[in-house]
Design a protein around this ligand. Sequence first.
Ligand code: UFG
Length: 340
Amino acid sequence: MRILVTGGTGYIGSHTVVELQQGGFEVVIIDDLSNSYAGVVDNIEKITGVRPGFERIDLSCEEKVMDFFLRNNGISGVIHFAAFKAVGESVEQPLKYYRNNLLSLINVLKGMEMHGISPIVFSSSCTVYGQPDMLPVTENSPLKKAWSPYGHTKQVSEEIIANTASVTQINSILLRYFNPIGAHDSALIGELPIGIPNNLVPFITQTAIGKRECLSVFGNDYNTPDGTAVRDYIHVVDLAKAHVTAISRLMKSENRQKVEIFNIGTGNGFSVLEVIQSFERISGQKLNYRFAPRRPGDIEKVWADTALANHVLGWKTEKNLDDMMASAWKWEKSIRGKYE
Ligand code: UFG
């Protein structure tokens, strides 16, 4: 069974390729390397002993995507990660985000439709919920107006898939991720932010290793137990395994609807200060941080209701916050001085 993984050299994509290969799937990756490195393919091979197929293609180019599908028979399913994901940049450059994220999806779906390929697992985000009125957030919570073009591309992508699934052979699972962090135990793959990280955990580990001077904790006056914002952090390997479960469910026709949606989180919320404390516990070192004003666009708190994922999808997380931080720290130390 051959799975096309778009964005397969990226952070979540690479961990998913490893889990797919270890689950007996054959993988072909498409990535344009706009936010990742070709060397990731070597490291996937080091972990699994199997080299995935790899093609460097910009998925927003329809001609190249159609050519790929013409040349590649025997694709049994698609996991679509390829997208830009920097929330702040999407506000500055909305057209870049709408163009890339939507055209890439449209081209992949068109290729699938033309060649009779199904299913597709799509990388969505809890950002589609905005600040939910009730916590934990279930899959039935209303989608609020997106706070960024990035978030909007995820909402529109979900609709494009649902509309397409209703009139084609394509079945789909939309996975709404909460906050993926951490890295593979081997420390051969992990998150490789280009430039100054936007996200909390890479900023913590880069501060601890001396690449950044001080972490700014954005806001300590939220309505949360310690005043800092709360998120549902999930280990990237647990998240990767959810994709293998989802594509397997679809390929065995166990899905109950043409489009199913699952929240992929742990169900636990942790504050920024709790994440810092976990880092200090596992690393044995104090982190230099200071409180700063709230970051525009940030929500106060969100964590997942995981009942559907646990009982219908049949998937559960295995790793706790300390595991996540320990693997992120091991990864940061392993890439010290590289990728500068
Ligand atoms: N934070 C800091 N300091 C930093 C960076 C982050 O205090 O230097 C705080 C943020 O204010 C927030 C928390 O840490 O409270 C988590 O922030 P991240 O940037 O790591 O994650 P977000 O929750 O903002 O965003 C992530 C992904 C998005 C996705 C979103 C869904 O980056 O792609 O989750 O909620 F859309």
